[in-house]
Design a protein around this ligand. Structure first.
Ligand code: GLV
Ligand code: MN
Ligand code: MN
Length: 420
């Protein structure tokens, strides 16, 4: 029997997205960092919905919720479908959460119609895609991909709590993380549905699009050390103001990135110490998020930025220290999956449209392990990482229908993987 999506499925998906948004650390806004109490509670809710949809549920050592819906052949490869349930501060409801809850809706539709695919489907709800709480990001999907390292568990949040301690606090055993890793030969593919987070699909008047590649990204923490002093007594020419130097560094990032096509650089966090109205800042710390279409373009821009920062700090008499907290070379999506997704979109009567992703996704981690594909869903006004983020119920229904058609069209044996 072939499973199909109904308008009620889309309405339920939207209602669950609203309900999941109530799991937050900050009343009145959606802020759900990795391994926070609200993340733990949201994971519990996701697990309950997975069970109701006919899945066996477990929590892996990185607190990723895993729901399994068996196929007809226990020896067949497994199809992974997933995204993340952590959020940025004051987030929208759809970034990450859409992909997880849509995956559950997918299995629900299969289960309701008594459909078993020739292969098992596992829905993964990762918890560390945004990198809001701890330095670095994508730990949950890296564990599944087998690329997580001990060092990534030893970093601490602003209160000095390490990832290991936080995992233990939610009942996970961080030392068991190697058991989360999957074997390449056991997997069919990884599929991720995600809000586009940009304006392209809206401009094309299309509900969904096929992602071709995910941009390369790096993140850094810079510390500038100057001399703290009295705001009233030290003449301007004799100051080593760390915040003024940092301000110049921020503007250098803007200028260098603006001059290079498709390169984006963002200083999203900055602080001045000691942080008093009448004290010249002796220290300034800021973050840099740098992304480019290829790792070569990103790395070449980073070389230019770092040289500029060093020149600014030399001229101003401030010391510079830089630490890289994240680096990912990006990835391309598998041609056979993009074609299969395109065929499912065409069967829905929609022109298949391809676009790259500037945002990072869990699919980047999985791409080193198995073939990946992503379906983007139109985003109102291109607004994301913002409480105004929104999608329509109609587009959610299209995405659910396309994904249900896609998974029912896949053969249990993937084509031979091309090595790049
Ligand atoms: C995740 O949203 C990222 O791209 O930073
Ligand atoms: Mn996301
Ligand atoms: Mn995000």
């Amino acid at each position: 029997m072939t499973a199909a999506v109904t308008a009620e499925d889309a309405a339920r998906l939207m209602a669950r997205l609203d309900q999941l948004a109530s799991f937050t650390e900050v009343p009145g806004q959606l802020t759900r960092p990795y391994l926070s109490p609200s993340h733990r509670a949201a994971a519990g809710q996701v697990a309950a919905w997975m069970r109701d949809a006919g899945m066996k549920v477990s929590l892996d050592p990185l607190a990723t919720v895993v729901g399994r819906y068996d196929g007809t052949d226990p020896a067949a490869r497994t199809l992974l479908v997933g995204s993340h349930i952590d959020t940025v501060r004051d987030a929208g409801k759809y970034d990450g959460n859409l992909g997880v809850l849509l995956g559950i809706g997918l299995v629900e539709a299969l289960h309701r119609s008594g459909t078993r695919l020739p292969f098992a489907v596992e829905i993964l709800a990762f918890g560390d895609e945004e990198g809001v709480r701890f330095p670095g990001t994508l730990r949950g999907s890296a564990a599944v991909a087998g690329t997580l390292t001990d060092a990534q568990l030893d970093v601490a949040d602003a209160d000095g709590v390490t990832v290991r301690q936080a995992l233990r606090e939610v009942g996970c055993d961080p030392s068991a993380y190697p058991t989360a890793a999957r074997r390449r030969d056991d997997l069919l593919a990884f599929l991720e549905v995600h809000i586009e987070q940009g304006p392209v699909l809206e401009a094309e008047d299309l509900p969904v699009g096929i992602v071709t590649a995910i941009a390369a990204a790096s993140r850094f923490e810079a510390t500038l050390s100057g001399t703290a002093g009295h705001a009233g007594t030290v003449p301007m020419r004799l100051r080593q103001d760390a915040l003024a130097a940092a301000a110049e560094c921020v503007l250098a990032v803007e200028r260098i990135c603006a001059a290079r096509h498709e390169l984006v650089g963002t200083v999203g966090r900055i602080e001045a110490l000691p942080g008093a109205v009448n004290v010249i800042p002796g220290q300034a710390r800021f973050s840099l998020d740098l992304r480019g279409p290829t790792h070569a373009e990103r790395d070449s821009a980073w070389g230019v930025i770092l040289a500029e920062w060093e020149a600014i700090c030399r001229r101003r008499g401030t010391a510079l220290s830089v630490r890289q907290t994240h680096g990912h070379d990006g990835c391309t999506c598998a041609p056979w999956l993009m074609d299969a997704m395109g065929a499912a979109i065409a069967r829905a009567g929609i022109p298949p449209f391809r676009l790259p992703s500037g945002a990072g996704h869990d699919a980047m981690s999985l791409a080193g392990l198995t073939d990946v594909a992503m379906l983007f869903v139109r985003c109102a006004g291109g607004i994301s990482h913002n409480p105004a983020e929104s999608i329509t119920e109609g587009d959610a229904q299209v995405a659910l229908s396309v994904m249900l058609d896609l998974v029912q069209s896949l053969s249990p044996i993937p084509p031979a993987r091309e090595t790049t």
